[in-house]
Design a protein around this ligand. Structure first.
Ligand SMILES: [Zn+2]
Length: 102
């Protein structure tokens, strides 16, 4: 097996080329990252929800800006988000569920 980047011979089981450091196994699962903290999102929505801060925090930047401009859809949107966060159906921009820490 040869490195696709630098062409040097590498161990077939190697994940990263020892010569140039490029990732060899393209089929390796990409780590999506952990979801955002549930409690932080809840508190942000509860106290500064109309400013869309919980949306910025979870990566929904565009929605955050819209909520900021419309004052959280006159509070209704903030309330819907709050219910979704409490019931656990709220997802961050990467599609990860919010993480509840003990
Ligand atoms: Zn290489």
């Amino acid at each position: 097996m040869h490195c696709t980047n630098c062409g040097k011979e590498v161990d077939p089981k190697a994940v990263i080329c020892p010569s140039c450091g490029v990732q060899l196994n393209q089929n390796a699962p990409i780590v999506n990252g952990e979801g955002k903290d549930w409690l932080t999102t809840l508190l942000l929505c509860l106290f500064v929800g109309p400013l869309g801060v919980h949306r910025f925090y979870t990566g929904h930047t565009v929605i955050g800006i819209i909520q900021l401009v419309t004052a959280g859809g006159c509070g209704i949107w903030t309330l819907i988000d709050l219910i979704q966060i409490i019931t656990g159906s709220f997802r961050d921009a990467n599609g990860n569920e919010l993480v509840k820490k003990n």
